[in-house]
Design a protein around this ligand. Structure first.
Ligand code: GLC
Ligand code: MG
Length: 539
């Protein structure tokens, strides 16, 4: 195989963008640290934990929505875009967070939710009020269908029809998500300008960029054509996923909206636009844009969606690198507020292998707070369910509460998270907590810290070319090269010792086992069960 054809080269000129070297750490403020005993995390709590972020070594935080919201969907139902919800604090608290983070060299990005608002938003109240209101066309309105029912067959992701009747206008409005989350009409230029204003408000306050929520669904078919039924759907398919959403998701015109958003961002220097994109790996390349730039980093969830073994991971990574444009910067997400906790899927031993993989492969790592100490899915008793996804589409494990449970900082009842009653139960696994793992030099958390430190020390791990190697014998390995430096990473996906067939010699920089000093090594090497190592090849 000609290695050069599949390897992924870096354009030198833009290598200095901060978001290429930063580890991005997603924080759901509600679940991070409570300061006032109401059981919900807040900005003052985040401030108290800032030393932890420095200790860990991450380069940027992304905060899930902190804006004014009736909180029916974890804050993704925004009632006022330019205001902080009182349960998180005030705008003043927010400014303090920005300053404190910037003082220690950590960037901050916010969630931007351009697709929909809360039904409590004044724009929607006005749009609802009459068909002649100046904002009448700010949302997606349609007359009833021929039988007096919804205009077409479009489904909400959270169950049922995506159309809701409005008595005031005697029309339906469209909602991709909850009925209380009406979709904005991105064909309307005033709507675009309004969202641009929101972006400027936060950029002017010093934020370093945005994660664009639901960026692929901004435009819906204007002929309102029915979505076809998915021929592969079966009786285990969740009802909202019975259709192929060709007329609602990933419309070509949505790309134009992303380009518009990027244009606003680019009026400022050095800002990052990443975004939640839709569907399969083969579509991801389009979200970077070509003649007109779109997202710097379309979020790549492929590692989470892949089977967890050496061959599948190799295929997943190859498919991803093949799908993105030559000059595009990759990224790898290992967790998120919508995704099941990865440690529960692959187990604690392999979580160490994943840590090494994501911190040494070419691309920006995205870690969801908790992943770094192996947070598991927390069992949620029925009476404490918060996520409407769980109640509206029951029986498919779609609810996201188990990954949104507050962080366990210590083994106490409140977990060091709150002095009150936490909004969701904490993990019953009291021993798995941040304080305990900070003290244990061989914990997963210590491994993350070592790996993040290593990325800082070795520019090759950030900027180096990616060189695929052949997965063999349950060992997935790859190389990184920057000028004269060559680093190899070998990961044992098996729970048994495995031989890594590499001929050469070099310096071991790190092992996931964390009990061996760095030192000279010579291949082939016997890897311990679930062990990964990083070797700097002797030049
Ligand atoms: C995005 C968010 C998700 C939310 C949805 C509706 O997919 O990540 O948490 O439920 O948008 O806003
Ligand atoms: Mg609080």
């Amino acid at each position: 195989m000609d290695m050069r054809q599949t390897s992924c080269k870096s354009p030198q000129a833009s290598d200095h963008a901060w978001w290429r070297s930063a580890v991005v750490y997603e924080i759901a403020v509600t679940s991070f640290q409570d300061s006032d005993g109401d059981g919900q995390g807040d900005l003052a709590g985040l401030l108290q934990r800032i030393n932890y972020l420095t200790w860990l070594g991450i380069g940027a935080v992304w905060l899930t929505p902190i804006f004014k919201s009736p909180n029916q969907d974890f804050g993704y139902d925004i009632a006022e875009f330019c205001a902080v919800d009182p349960r998180f604090g005030t705008l003043d608290d927010f400014d303090k967070v920005v300053k404190a983070l910037h003082d220690i060299g950590i960037r901050i990005i916010l969630d931007l939710v351009p697709n929909h608002t809360s039904d409590q938003h004044v724009w929607f109240r006005e749009s609802c009020s009459s068909r002649t209101d100046p904002k009448a066309d700010w949302y997606i309105w349609a007359d009833a269908g021929a039988n007096g029912g919804p205009p077409n067959n479009w489904l909400s992701r959270f169950g049922g029809s995506a159309w809701e009747w409005c008595e005031e206008r005697l029309q339906y409005y469209y909602h991709s998500f909850l009925p209380s989350q009406p979709d904005l009409n991105w064909r309307n230029l005033e709507v675009r300008e309004a969202i641009a204003g929101v972006m400027r408000f936060w950029l002017d306050r010093g934020v370093d960029g945005f994660r664009v929520d639901a960026s692929a669904v901004l435009i819906k078919d204007d002929l309102l054509r029915d979505n076809p039924r998915d021929p592969e759907a079966h009786d285990k398919t969740p009802p909202p996923q019975m259709h192929i959403p060709v007329f609602t998701d990933d419309r070509p015109e949505a790309m134009d909206c992303i380009e518009y958003i990027r244009g606003v961002l680019d009026q400022y220097n050095g800002k990052l636009l990443c975004g939640e994109v839709q569907g399969k790996t083969d579509r991801i390349g389009h979200f970077y844009g070509s003649s007109r730039p779109r997202l710097h980093l379309p979020l790549n969830f492929a590692l989470l969606d892949s089977d967890w073994n050496a061959i599948s991971i190799q295929a997943t990574i190859d498919a991803y690198f093949n799908a993105i444009p030559k000059d595009a910067w990759p990224d790898f997400v290992i967790g998120g507020h919508d995704k099941h906790r990865v440690a529960s899927k692959i187990g604690q031993a392999q979580a160490r292998v994943l840590a090494m993989l994501v911190m040494t492969i070419r691309g920006t790592p995205f870690v969801f707070a908790g992943d770094e100490f192996g947070a598991d899915r927390v069992p949620i008793p029925r009476a404490r369910v918060q996520d409407p996804f769980e109640t509206l589409v029951p029986g498919f494990q779609l609810g996201r509460d188990p990954e949104r449970a507050p962080l366990r900082w210590d083994e106490t009842d409140g977990g060091g998270f709150t002095a009150g009653e936490p909004w969701l139960p904490l993990s019953p696994d009291r021993g798995r907590n941040i304080t305990a793992q900070q003290r244990d030099a061989r914990s997963l958390l210590s491994l993350y810290r070592e790996l993040i430190g290593l990325r800082r020390q070795e520019p090759c791990l950030v900027h180096g070319e990616y060189q695929p190697r052949r997965a063999q014998n349950d060992v997935f390995s790859f190389g990184r090269r920057l000028a004269e430096t060559e680093i190899l990473v070998a990961l044992n996906f098996s729970g048994e010792p495995r031989r890594w067939e590499w001929r050469g010699c070099g310096m071991r920089l790190l092992s996931t086992v964390l009990n061996q000093r760095s030192g000279e090594v010579q291949g082939p090497l016997l890897l311990q069960p679930n062990e990964g190592i990083v070797v700097k090849v002797a030049g």
